[in-house]
Design a protein around this ligand. Structure first.
Ligand code: AHG
Ligand code: MN
Ligand code: MN
Length: 331
């Protein structure tokens, strides 16, 4: 009888293969899974649960905070702070790093998250998501987390990254160096995630590009030239852009494609954030056989010097990322 592999079972099987593991890593991922189920349930009922619309607040980036942004942020914090697995959290919705409150005990990991990505799509029932990346702390176990546990660290140092898409179904994608990239679909009738996309690899043939063309007049002309080149009819490209990074990335991962959020004259570092958007998705892209750059250098070689630092992002199939990056640095 094949009842499928639950995410829980997958974590226990893969976690058990690491004798040095203390169990904290598996517990962290289980708590994230629980938070994802709670957020998914709330997203599905948002129109009924009074969760549509803005709170009236703006976050550190000056963006309007939606009620679901806050719910997702609080849910992740609440599920992680008591479990003894995290010493520090970094969130798009928190100006400052989040420490572990008494009486709970700080654990071995730093959790960076965009609790709800694609906020502008909440009110229209389009796909949104949660993005996360995990570092192992550098400061001594058992002590409060330090900024140096997350700043000035290369994306390569992450030990896991993942995202959850709340779309027509809810899917959690988890990437670790040991197990690669695996996707799990939530069966809402059971309340469990089941392995549905084992060993995800970027589809090798890529015929889609994703960029907000409304900003074309603000682009570097070399980028405009490259995007124009993709429009040659014989190349057979089409364009898809939802406006939720996580959904655009997920589609491109399954179908093959290139996503770009470039620098512009008015925003030289683009819009997306290093620690909880670019790093996690770059980590997943590379483990799935793709790549990610900031238009010049590899994303995972960067080091964040600020919690909410932004970066341009060019991500997806390696060949297309290389082409776009070459075009952007050409004389
Ligand atoms: P968030 O909702 O977490 O603030 O992120 C929104 C981001 C990202 O998801 C998306 O790719 C991008 O904003 C879309 O921005 P534009 O409307 O400027 O294209
Ligand atoms: Mn976001
Ligand atoms: Mn967000």
């Amino acid at each position: 009888m094949d009842e499928g592999i639950t995410l829980d079972r997958f974590l226990m099987q893969t976690g058990a293969s690491h004798p040095s593991a203390t169990g904290q890593f598996v517990t962290l991922l289980k708590q994230v899974t629980l938070a994802a189920k709670m957020i998914s349930s709330r997203v599905n009922r948002a129109g009924l649960a009074g969760m549509i619309g803005a709170t009236g607040e703006t976050n550190i980036q000056g963006e309007f905070v939606q009620k679901l942004d806050l719910y997702a942020n609080e849910t992740l914090k609440r599920n992680l702070e008591h479990a003894g697995v995290v010493c520090l959290m970094v969130s798009e919705e928190e100006d400052e790093p989040v420490h572990i409150p008494e009486p709970f005990v700080p654990g071995r990991y730093v959790f960076c998250t965009d609790p709800l990505d694609g906020s502008s799509n909440i009110d229209v029932n389009a796909t949104i998501g949660t993005i996360f990346g995990v570092f192992k702390r550098k400061s001594p176990d058992g002590t409060p987390g330090q900024l140096s546990d997350v700043l000035d660290r290369a994306g390569d140092e992450m030990v896991a990254a993942g995202y959850v898409v709340y779309g027509s179904g809810t899917l959690l994608v988890l990437a670790t160096k040991e197990s690669g990239v695996n996707g799990f679909t939530l069966d809402p009738s059971v309340g469990e995630f089941f392995l549905s996309h084992p060993d995800l690899r970027l589809e090798p043939s890529a015929k889609m590009y994703s960029i907000n063309e409304a900003y074309r007049a603000k682009w570097d002309p070399r980028l405009a030239g490259y995007i124009d080149s993709l429009k040659a009819p014989e190349l057979g490209f089409t364009q898809r852009y939802i406006g939720s990074l996580v959904a655009d990335f997920h589609r491109n991962l399954l179908k093959g494609g290139l996503f770009i959020y470039p620098s512009t004259a008015s925003a030289p570092n683009g819009k997306l954030r290093v620690l909880y958007e670019a790093f996690p998705l770059a980590y997943i892209a590379e483990l799935a056989g793709g790549s990610a750059t900031n238009g010049r250098d590899r994303i995972l070689s960067m080091k964040a010097t600020d919690l909410h630092q932004r970066t341009p992002l060019v991500i997806g199939n390696s060949e297309l990322v290389a082409q776009a990056t070459a075009a952007l640095v050409a004389d």
